[in-house]
Design a protein around this ligand. Structure first.
Ligand SMILES: [Zn+2]
Length: 329
């Protein structure tokens, strides 16, 4: 699977040459064509007891995209902050915040993975929506991205500044930049971002949140990439280096005021969640080819945007002073 573009052929990898897959692939291509068109007009993806964020695969790809785009200064800072045993590989720890969120010490981080917005409002307002279930302000994924970005701005003050744990800040920021781009992590309150909407994904039981966290990615991997994440990542990278997204990168990573940027990213997510996540889906439904074919481009685009924007933040916070965020403290 790949995202087609004008005048360029798209290499497609398939597990096998079954006629069923050929039909399915043809439908995927057809469904992607209007999406490419749509891209020109949009500047513009928990909770959840039991649910994670982007799947492991989604977070790994987001962080691998980001790390490949780091400037030398940021690359060195990230290397210095990571524990030795990961040998400089940021992506190997990008799911750490999901693994520790229920530990007693880190229970406070649980609300930081998502945002609950009013049902059917299809909008995000920081002052209205960014709080935990007790109303504590800033306790949402948008607040978390701002907070950990601000903490990393103090990196150059040296290790004597022990107010913050810089390694944890890096891992939290890297993870939450994935979460804020997963559309259903900025979902409706009553259904917990789609977690309580139980349905079938093809033949097995799932829920709407999990479809966007993992099912779509796993189906793409199984059907078109022989379950090899690195091949899927290559296609995503091709799409923003010299493919259909290459003209959009500059606007994706434009950001002078981190507060405004996180608000915009959260708005993008809830709008996709409304229009493409919830739309036409009821509890008990069976989602299959049609849903997969029309939603997979959004999933891949959000992974790309999350990675590119994470790199932008890290390049700014670890850069020389004149390139840093104007308003972050
Ligand atoms: Zn998460």
């Amino acid at each position: 699977m790949c995202l087609p573009e004008e005048n360029k052929s798209c290499k497609v990898r398939r597990k096998q040459n079954s006629s069923e897959e050929m039909v399915r692939l043809g439908r995927l291509w057809m469904s992607l064509l209007p999406f490419g068109f749509l891209l020109f007009f949009s500047s513009a993806f928990i909770r959840v007891p039991g649910a994670l964020a982007w799947s492991k695969e989604g977070h790994v790809m987001t962080c691998q995209i980001a790390q490949a785009l780091l400037e030398p200064e940021a690359s060195e800072a990230v290397y210095q902050l990571l524990p030795d045993y990961v040998k400089g590989n940021l992506s190997s720890l990008c799911i750490w915040p999901d693994q520790i969120r229920h530990w007693y010490k880190y229970r406070w981080t649980s609300p930081l993975h998502f945002i609950d917005t009013p049902d059917n409002a299809c909008s995000f307002q920081y002052s209205r929506d960014c709080h935990d279930s007790h109303g504590v302000e800033d306790m949402c994924v948008a607040g978390a991205v701002k907070n950990f970005t601000s903490q990393l701005m103090h990196y150059k003050e040296g290790t004597s500044d022990r107010r913050y744990n810089m390694t944890e800040a890096l891992l939290f920021l890297s993870h939450f930049m994935g979460d804020i781009h997963q559309p259903m992590h900025v979902g409706f309150t009553t259904d917990e971002g789609g977690n309580t909407i139980e349905l079938h994904w093809f033949r097995h039981k799932s829920n709407l949140h999990h479809v966007w966290d993992r099912e779509i990615i796993l189906t793409a991997l199984a059907d078109y990439y022989d379950k090899d994440v690195s091949l899927l990542l290559q296609d995503i990278e091709r799409n923003y280096t010299d493919g259909i997204w290459s003209d959009d990168i500059t606007s994706w990573k434009h950001c002078n005021d981190i507060s405004q940027c996180v608000n915009n990213w959260a708005k993008e997510s809830i709008q996709i969640a409304c229009k493409w996540g919830y739309e036409g889906v009821e509890a008990g439904a069976t989602l299959a080819d049609d849903y997969f074919d029309s939603r997979v481009p959004f999933v891949m685009k959000r992974i790309a945007q999350g990675g590119i924007r994470l790199a932008m933040i890290l390049n700014k916070v670890f850069a020389d002073s004149e390139e840093r965020f104007a308003t972050a403290t």
